[in-house]
Write a protein that binds this ligand. Structure first.
Ligand code: GLA
Length: 738
């Protein structure tokens, strides 16, 4: 139903730390023009606008710094170039269907049983409900309807977009592509695309390339988010944008299945970003009356460079996405047994580690892989979620009681979506896996993927984990997912519906985790996928923290964490202090260096404590105590990447400023010393210039001799952080004095 008149539909009051320290009340406003032809969303420091052309196309109009309320956007006329350039292709559309002479990337592509594969969507109506703008579109001839949903976050200006495609006809329609949104940037030849790629133990590598004519595709065809590319992008402008200045448009998909984001510069020079379900191998049959909803594609704008963009995303994740938002619980310091014991876990060994972990201030003890079924290595046992009685003759209770008695929470590793062919579950239900009839079942890490799309598998997995958590006093699960899909078939289902797997699996995964959380409201969960293979805004809505990488080398972690924080908050980024030399690269580093590297996110310890001496325990206890003093700032504050470990200099540094501005923490690393380097001072950022801050070493007790100066001083003059040698690290705490 179309409502007339300019109206501020969803008026959401909120408050934001605009800039750095000043609290400025803002409003989110979603409004339509009198004639219902122009739509405008305002939130944070951002305006997003689109309109209806004379022909009924939905045309993108503006996305950038906030406009004045009285500003009128241009009347929407289709762009005319020549009679051979259809306006459908040269106008940037909000949600273009493939049809009617569209040559640019569509958001929707479909096929009818009679061979028609043309869809031309036209504006029908709009309404504003529940803080969202809903725009109805329909095909010019057939009963296919699309509802576009728009929201804007009042604090960060992050826009959320998704689409629901509905078949209101009498015959099925096959969707070959169903994206969440198309985002457009005005004509320009200086755009640069930033995105994140990687592989196992090497995730979160920041890539940069100019956005030239043509297309860049980042995607996962693997059934899950992937290590190889992450569903995040940022576009800035060469010459204008830096880490702390200039325009950056960015976005992230809330989806943990196969996905694709394409970034195109069309022949006119517009940049178009289209993202959502990966159309590769996508074929979703919509029966009459059925609908498909896409994941949400979130996107935002910052005028404060890449640093500003990531601070907006971090806030959005912490305040709007994570379980417990806007006040997700601080991450406890955890111990994890994996690197110490691998599969050789048993009651005595774990108890001994737990005693040592408790001594240094660990708050959560997590037993990793190896505790269940015939799991003595990675060849057997996955799927059989019963305690291994050889390793735990009396079940898990004695260990859990011991851990609780030591004042720690207890957590457990699980990988519920997987099965080893050598397991009781697989012997009983060989058809429960993702596979195609008569084709090999390609194994990775000796395992197959359970088909969560099947209701009986969904129920089995929920029950197995629910039983485990109900029968044992478990506060935390590390939820792993160690392989990608292959032969992605759904045994026993009509071949025409098999590819619904790509959607149904992920939706069921979300449902299972959501249901578990409902049944066990105190349970916390970590998303792990052979390291950082499943980190995205979808899984983040259901999990409290993520494991960015199996690579625990503290120097490698600096670049991993630098890439990670471009998209995701330090408050979810777990990092463990492990043994030296590190198994990844045989690099030796001091315990202090390992701690300071890991303290930039959620701190964990994964070292073999049986090998530690008294001095190690004393140092660890001191560093963990120091971490607890600053973790609120590190996990929830504003992150400034002062010197990137990727920019080639001998040093790198990060700086976190608490939201109330009262504390800030500097982590500085010297990668290697050559000759007699005189290191420049480090210039801080984000402090209140007018307030005075006292500075001390992160693990030192405050003293009257600690230097005191204004925020202006620390930012303008900078601070000396003396370091000499290879792999050196220092931490400084800034505390407001008055
Ligand atoms: C994955 C995880 C590791 C560990 C192992 C256990 O690789 O990323 O941290 O849990 O599985 O098999």
């Amino acid at each position: 139903m179309k409502r007339k008149g300019m109206r501020a539909g969803a008026s959401i009051a909120g408050a934001v730390l605009a800039g750095v320290l000043s609290v400025m009340p803002v409003q989110a406003r979603i409004a339509a023009s009198e004639d219902g032809q122009i739509f405008r969303l305002d939130g944070g420091n951002v305006t997003y606008a689109f309109g209806v052309t004379k022909g009924g196309l939905l045309k993108s109009l503006y996305w950038g710094p906030k406009l004045a309320e009285a500003d009128r956007l241009e009347a929407v006329s289709p762009r005319e170039l020549s009679s051979v350039d259809p306006s459908s292709s040269i106008d940037t559309q909000e949600y273009p269907g493939w049809g009617g002479g569209l040559y640019t990337e569509p958001t929707l592509k479909l096929a009818y049983p009679d061979g028609v594969r043309d869809v031309v969507l036209r504006f029908v109506s709009y309404r504003i409900a529940d803080d969202a703008l809903l725009v109805e579109m329909a095909d010019i001839a057939r009963p296919i309807h699309v509802t576009l949903r728009y929201t804007i976050d009042p604090e960060t200006g992050i826009v959320g977009r998704s689409a629901t495609i509905r078949n209101d006809g009498k015959v099925p329609v096959r969707l070959d592509q169903a994206s969440s949104a198309a985002w457009s940037l005005p004509v320009g030849d200086d755009y640069r695309l930033h995105y994140l790629t990687g592989r196992w133990a090497s995730e979160w590598t920041l890539q940069e390339r100019p956005v030239t004519a043509g297309s860049t595709v980042i995607e996962s065809r693997r059934g899950s988010t992937s290590h190889q590319a992450n569903p995040w992008f940022a576009v800035d402008r060469a010459g204008l944008s830096t880490e702390e200045n200039g325009p950056v448009w960015f976005g992230a998909l809330a989806w943990s299945g196969s996905w694709r984001i394409s970034v195109d510069r069309d022949p006119i020079g517009d940049v178009r970003v289209v993202g959502g379900f990966n159309p590769f191998d996508f074929a979703y049959r919509l029966k009459p009356g059925a609908a498909l909803e896409t994941p949400i594609f979130y996107a935002g704008y910052s005028g404060q460079g890449m640093g500003g963009a990531s601070r907006l995303l971090h806030r959005f994740e912490l305040d709007k996405v994570l379980p417990g938002a806007p006040s997700p619980k601080p991450r406890p310091v955890l111990y994890n047994s994996w690197e110490a014991t691998e599969f050789a876990v048993d009651e005595q060994g774990q108890m001994a580690l737990a005693e040592k972990a408790a001594k240094i201030g660990v708050e959560r003890f997590v037993m990793d892989d190896g505790w269940f079924g015939a799991r003595n290595n990675d060849h057997a046992g996955l799927g059989d979620w019963t305690v291994n009685r050889t390793k735990f003759p009396n079940g898990l209770k004695p260990l859990i009681d011991k851990v609780h008695g030591l004042g720690m929470e207890f957590g457990l590793w699980v990988e519920p979506e997987m099965v080893n062919p050598d397991s009781d579950l697989y012997r009983k239900h060989p058809d429960w896996v993702i596979a195609m009839p008569g084709r090999p079942r390609t194994e990775q890490r000796n395992q197959l993927v359970l088909n969560l799309a099947r209701p009986e598998v969904r129920d089995y997995v929920l029950k197995a984990v629910d039983d485990l958590v109900s029968r044992n006093d478990i506060q935390f699960l590390k939820w792993d997912h160690n392989r990608n899909w292959s032969e992605p078939g759904w045994l026993g289902v009509d071949p025409e519906d098999q590819q619904q797997l790509y959607v149904a699996y992920v939706r069921n995964l979300y449902w299972i985790i959501g249901e578990l959380r409902k049944r066990h409201p105190k349970l916390e969960i970590e998303s792990c996928s052979g390291g950082g293979g499943r980190v995205d805004l979808g899984i983040m809505g259901l999990t409290d923290q993520v494991w960015p990488s199996d690579n625990t080398d503290p120097y490698d972690r600096l670049t991993i964490q630098d890439g990670f924080t471009h998209a995701y908050a330090p408050g979810v980024m777990m990092a463990w202090v492990t043994d030296s030399p590190n198994w990844v690269n045989n690099r030796s580093t001091s315990l202090r260096y390992r701690f300071l590297s890991s303290m930039q996110g959620g701190l964990g310890v994964g070292a073999n404590l049986n090998k530690w001496g008294d001095a190690d325990f004393a140092e660890a206890a001191r560093m963990i105590a120091a971490y607890k003093q600053v973790r609120q700032t590190v996990q929830r504050g504003d992150l400034y990447r002062l010197i990137s470990p990727e920019d080639g200099s001998a040093r790198s540094a990060t700086f976190s400023v608490a939201r109330d501005g009262k504390q800030a923490v500097l982590f500085a690393f010297l990668h290697s010393s050559t000759k007699i380097d005189v290191l420049p001072k480090i210039h801080l950022a984000g402090l209140d210039p007018a307030r005075r801050y006292r500075v001390r070493a992160i693990d030192a007790v405050p003293s009257a001799d600690d230097p005191v100066a204004s925020g202006a001083y620390w930012m303008g003059v900078g601070i000396d952080v003396p370091m000499k040698g290879d792999f050196q690290a220092e931490g400084r705490v800034f505390e407001v004095v008055d």
